[in-house]
Design a protein around this ligand. Structure first.
Ligand SMILES: CC(=O)N[C@H]1[C@@H](OP(=O)(O)OP(=O)(O)OC[C@H]2O[C@@H](n3ccc(=O)[nH]c3=O)[C@H](O)[C@@H]2O)O[C@H](CO)[C@@H](O)[C@@H]1O
Ligand SMILES: C=C(OP(=O)(O)O)C(=O)O
Length: 442
């Protein structure tokens, strides 16, 4: 079994470079199948399990996809099939992002229903309502959602009941090739939505207002492949900011975009951590006098739910009582039990977790319950006494490139081992020749 073994006690120092954003690259790759002419070339693509999965989804539909040197090339000029089976959607919910592009380009899409996951039930009703408003007939049955339209989708006025990231993306992509104008209200404002809109516009789409709560899309008849650089991953950046802060270290996080990280910076500062703009990044200077704070997760520009568990690790080392309230997903506290195995003093009250700090964290064998929980447990391990062993690394590999290797380069005592292989096998060696086959097993 693969695990990351970390021994607490080292302050982190040095520089780390942030990769392209997982949550931007997945919709951009999905959108590339809208191009019936030309090839898309997408740069700054992180080498992640989720990228392999979306590439496989596209290949399975008959698109030509190449991935090397952090660049993905998609040629979707062939006639594509319009189905994404459960084997992909099960691995990664973002596979549902091919629904909008397929429906808009071919008038048909059939994708396995994603179902719930470790952080909540995660329905896609808002995506489907959007397609229906554009004239599609949607049928859910036998574990699939199938959407059809005679001719082209029609532009429509759509109000989202909540600012869902995925629904906003799926609807913009569908509207890009629809007939007429779509006005999407109460939409998500995340930087990843802006990145998608920028890419679509390079393909020939007419999308305005991304990053605000109303997006207007004038449908066009055809889109062509385009070249695009993915924005830096604000969640990976935030995770390393916490790594520096929790160890009382001093780390420059290169490529961290401060405008995308306002709520994280503000909470770190409240906790006594120094955050300085430096070059193209942020320098984090930790302290041994962390103060407690309260956090409520919200859609952007509120505090990101994808940073909730990492901030919980930091709260464990802060003096006083911190409260963290999760409003985006109804069940994103599975990591609390794992933290408790490390002697963390915390309890769940409804949608909040009360953290009594500082806890004397002790190393233990713990299991990652989702992607961000994996990172959070490793962060806690950086300041726990003795050895922490984190298993279920398939979650971590979905969203972090060589996490253990990057922490080790900053001075952490951490390695990734495979119990069944030789003990010398570490994450850096494995990541060097990362392959789709390795991820296919997850
Ligand atoms: C690949 C990707 O970009 N994933 C991100 C995306 O997920 P994702 O796009 O799935 O998240 P959404 O913004 O859609 O979900 C937010 C909330 O809305 C609910 N909802 C959503 C759609 C819908 O049709 N009906 C509905 O009820 C969800 O159950 C959840 O409670 O945004 C989340 C919220 O910032 C992040 O945590 C994920 O990392
Ligand atoms: C929840 C996350 O991703 P996904 O929506 O792909 O599950 C995440 O990135 O933390």
């Amino acid at each position: 079994m693969e695990k990351i073994i970390v021994r607490g006690g080292r302050k982190l120092h040095g520089e780390v470079k942030v990769e392209g954003a997982k949550n931007a690259v997945l919709p951009v790759i999905a959108a590339s199948i809208l191009a019936s002419e030309g090839v898309s070339t997408i740069h700054e693509v992180p080498v992640l399990a989720d990228v392999y999965t979306i590439n496989e989804v596209l290949r399975n539909m008959n698109a030509d996809v190449m991935f090397e040197n952090n660049t993905v090339r998609v040629d979707a000029q062939n006639q594509l099939t319009t189905e994404a089976p459960f084997e992909y959607v099960r691995k990664m919910r973002a596979s549902v992002l091919v629904l909008g592009p397929l429906l808009a380009r071919y008038g048909h899409a059939k994708v396995a229903m994603p179902g719930g996951c470790a952080i909540g039930s995660r329905p896609i009703d808002l995506h489907l309502k959007g397609f229906e408003a554009m004239g599609a007939e949607v049928h859910v049955g036998n574990g699939f959602v199938e959407a059809k339209v005679d001719g082209r989708l029609k532009g429509a006025k759509i109000y989202l009941d909540m600012p869902s990231v995925g629904a906003t993306e799926n609807i913009i992509m569908a509207a890009a090739l629809a007939e007429g104008k779509t006005v999407l209200e109460n939409c998500a404002k995340e930087p990843e939505i802006v990145d998608l809109a920028n890419y679509l516009n390079k393909m020939g789409a007419k999308v305005v207002g991304a990053g605000t709560e109303t997006i207007r899309i004038e449908g066009v008849e055809k889109l062509r492949g385009a070249e695009h650089n993915i924005i830096p991953d604000r969640i990976e950046a935030g995770t390393f900011m916490v790594a520096a802060a929790i160890t009382g270290g001093n780390v420059l996080i290169k490529n961290a975009v401060s405008e995308h990280l306002r709520p994280v910076i503000s909470k770190l500062e409240e906790m006594n951590v120094q955050v300085l703009e430096e070059g193209n990044g942020l320098r984090i200077i930790g302290t041994d006098q962390l103060k407690a704070t309260d956090i409520k997760t919200l859609p952007y520009p509120g505090f990101p739910t994808d940073m909730q568990s990492q901030m919980m690790s930091l709260m464990l080392k802060a003096e006083g009582t911190s409260v963290i309230t999760e409003t985006v997903f109804e069940n994103r506290f599975m990591h609390v039990e794992e933290f408790r195995r490390m002697n963390a003093k915390m309890k769940i009250e409804g949608r909040s977790v009360i953290v009594e700090g500082p806890s004397d964290l002790q190393g233990a064998e713990v299991a990652a319950t989702d992607l961000r929980a994996a990172a959070a447990l490793i962060l806690a391990g950086l300041v726990a006494e003795d050895y922490t062993r984190v298993t279920e690394l398939k979650h971590l590999d979905r969203g972090y490139v060589d996490f253990a290797g990057k922490l080790a380069a900053l001075g952490a005592d951490v390695e990734r081992v495979n119990d069944e292989a030789s003990s010398a096998e570490t994450v850096s060696a494995e990541t060097a020749d990362i392959s789709s086959e390795r991820f296919a097993a997850n």
